[in-house]
Design a protein around this ligand. Sequence first.
Ligand code: FAD
Ligand code: NAD
Ligand code: ISD
Length: 426
Amino acid sequence: MGRAFVYVILGGGVAAGYAADEFVKRGVLRGQLCIISEEHVAPYERPALSKGYLLPEAPARLPSFHCCVGTSGERLTPEWYKEHGIELILGTRVQSADVKRKTLLTAKGETISYKYLIVATGSRAMKLEEFGLKGSDASNVCYLRDLADAERLVNVLQSCDGRNAIVIGGGYIGMECAAALVINKLNVTMVFPEVRLLSRLFTPKIARYYEDFYQSKGVKFIKGTAAASFDFSSDGQVTAVNLRDGSKVPADMVLVGVGARPNTSLFEGQLTMEKGGIKVDGKMQSNNSSVYAVGDVAALPVKFFGEIRRLEHVDAARKSARHAVAAIMEPRKTGQLDYLPFFYSRVFTLSWQFYGDNAGEAVHFGEFSGTTFGAYWVDNSRLVGSFLEGGSKEEFDAIAQVTRLKPFIKDLGELERQGLEFALSF
Ligand code: FAD
Ligand code: NAD
Ligand code: ISD
């Protein structure tokens, strides 16, 4: 049993949705393209799962957040794919790939062949078992990576009304889910091994602002330690989390956000890997000329950093996907992707954006006692990174632009004094 397509997108997440949109914009013909996804729904804006999806009032539900609404683009519903002759092969896991034969084998036993393959398999949530704990399969322990996880999380949190939620992890998932759980009126305690929230991006001063804000909403922090084991009830539910420091925290539910790993296993030993991802060039092409990789799974040359990196953020997924399609369909007209790294988050009423690299010395600006503040990072006398909380569209655009230009900074004190005005003056 088999089918053949000119273009196959493996994975049905954010990058897949934006790639499909780009294929249509560039005139893909009916029947040439298929998307194979383990998920049962058409590509959607994954960031909505930890934000709008978890709201107690008027929560976001599909079809409202199918790609490409996250960038104010057209909403690609299942009907859209049908109209454009794009085959959506959903609920189907690809279990092996053969890049020499240009074939994929699905768990349903179908062989799908391609002329060009775009690998967009994204990441998976790391399990506590990978850190030596047991209990991920308990009915009140939740992860959040896909729609099925989000549906389950909503059921669990609704059954825990007003009771204790323990959030394990102080990264993106931990921060966004802790806020959502509070909004759903749970008593939230965050446990993480670092000394501050989102320590891989936030400076101590920035982290203090968010920690104070979270505490004002009732969130408790247990820092500098990690979960060691769970206590279980007779019916297998977690009742408490035992920490490495010897303490015990009662739990009615647990939400785990301890990092992600790119889904590269289908291509290990077949494609060149770097930094844990599939190594691609500036056109998203791997060392096999028929195979492209985009989104979380791609290790791409980021000119801004002057090195190969993997970027686990939605803007990179969207842009690398569009670029791969451009490179496949119009190879001569498509140059190297010149990507400015961009991350953002929204929690409670707060909203921040970050551009560039958090390398070198941080120079803070603005009102840390108010609602608009930020930081620049200066490395080797060049401004290389900018963070802004609570900015207007014009202000966010200004920090993006100034960061892309990497201006020379003579005097850090003067940069601090000018603050946001420095970006706005460019
Ligand atoms: P994904 O969107 O993860 O899609 C991968 C797809 O591949 C999935 O459909 C998966 O089922 C499928 N797949 C994998 N293996 C197989 C296989 N063998 N066979 C078939 N299908 C397969 N980033 C931000 O910048 N800002 C945010 O606010 C933000 N919020 C987030 C909130 C959540 C809850 C999560 C989980 C992530 C968030 N991110 C955010 C990160 C962002 O969503 C990812 O970087 C982005 O989704 C990556 O896109 P992708 O297409 O590479 O992978
Ligand atoms: P992360 O890497 O941001 O954070 C992982 C956190 O796990 C660390 O900060 C640490 O606190 C914690 N941790 C690590 N080992 C631990 C241990 N043994 N015990 C307890 N805690 C431990 O990863 P994440 O928050 O799980 O996010 C998963 C993925 O989703 C990432 O790719 C992330 O970029 C993406 N995401 C991004 C956004 C955004 O950009 N706004 C939002 C949600 C998710
Ligand atoms: O990028 C995003 C984001 O943060 C969301 O919540 O896309 C979604 C959309 O805005 C969909 O609702």
